[in-house]
Write a protein that binds this ligand. Structure first.
Ligand code: ADP
Ligand code: MG
Length: 281
């Protein structure tokens, strides 16, 4: 089972809903305003969002809708202009830069579109790095186990150039996992992969979520990817305009990808006209 990092002793316990779901992320009326000279850009205009332990969800929305801004705030890379953000019981909106860096290292595992691996570093060393920053022990064993959990137990000494795109992304997933974060944040994690490698990476995320209960948040443009997650949040103009449960999430590799037009149409139907679908909140 997933071991959840509890934060400082003074931190309040995780909030629990009446149905027993534990709140990992609790965002209350978050706004983000960028000032460019005399122009104010309201990137987020009051976002409320709760993400529960073990959820696997995607954040979608047109370009400019605020996805990256929300992702940066979720990932403690940036602070909101107003509002509150509790991550795993800790009020992130009041932390200093140094404390934010600690939160990032201990509570969040990042996976990027471009993998962000070090060129001249073996898979094993890449995965050991977060453990070095957090001062953890048994680094080699834990890094090896993380790589084994993504099916790379036989590639420990390989450099990124000796691995396929899908394998490189799996190294990045192992690196994101190794500190046992409260949540994995992935920004278009299959965006640079061919569809076979994309499926392979999707299978890893689904397995980790199903077997270890790892809370996973995807930012994606791709409705096909979103259909593999359990819940879809749609942003538009800095607001959440839809928050839907995916009725029957696809299992990666089981169904062949339909044409883009068919795919968009079905997501649109589910998201905006999902008559008998259960709505969140
Ligand atoms: P998305 O990721 O959905 O495309 P963003 O979060 O990147 O959207 O942007 C939301 C809005 O905020 C856009 O209007 C964008 O131009 C603006 N924006 C984003 N980052 C900055 C910034 N650093 N300075 C000024 N405006 C920004
Ligand atoms: Mg963006």
């Amino acid at each position: 089972m997933l071991k959840v990092f509890r934060g400082p002793a003074k931190a309040p316990a995780l909030a629990v809903e009446s149905d027993g779901r534990r709140v990992v992320i609790d965002i209350r009326d978050i706004t983000k305003m960028y000032t460019m000279g005399e122009v104010e850009v309201h990137a987020l205009r009051g976002v409320d969002l709760r993400i529960y332990e073990g959820e696997f969800l995607s954040i979608m929305g047109p370009s400019g809708s605020g996805k990256s801004t929300l992702m940066n705030i979720l990932g403690a890379l940036d602070q909101p202009t107003s509002g509150e953000y509790y991550l795993d019981g800790v009020d992130v909106s009041r932390l200093s830069e140094t404390q934010l860096a600690q939160v990032r290292n201990k509570k969040i595992g990042f996976v990027f579109q471009n993998f962000n691996l070090l060129k001249r570093t073996t898979a094993l060393r890449q995965v050991e790095l977060p453990l070095m920053y957090s001062g953890a022990g048994a680094r080699t064993r834990r890094a090896r186990e993380a790589l084994e959990s993504v099916g790379l137990g036989k590639r420990l000494d390989h450099l990124p150039s000796e691995l396929s795109g899908g394998q490189q992304q799996r190294v990045a997933i192992a690196r994101a996992l190794v500190n046992e974060p409260a949540m994995i944040l992935a920004d278009e994690p299959t965006g640079n992969l061919d569809s076979r490698s994309g499926t392979e990476v999707m299978q890893i995320f689904q397995t980790l979520n199903r077997e270890q209960g790892i809370t996973t948040v995807f930012v994606t443009h791709d409705p096909w990817i979103a259909r593999h997650t359990q819940r879809v949040i749609m942003l538009r103009d800095g607001k959440v305009v839809a928050d839907r449960k995916v009725q029957r999430p696809l299992v990666a590799g089981e169904v062949e990808r339909p044409s883009d037009a068919e795919e968009l149409e079905s997501v649109f139907q589910e998201t905006y006209y999902g008559g008998n679908e259960e709505e969140y909140n």
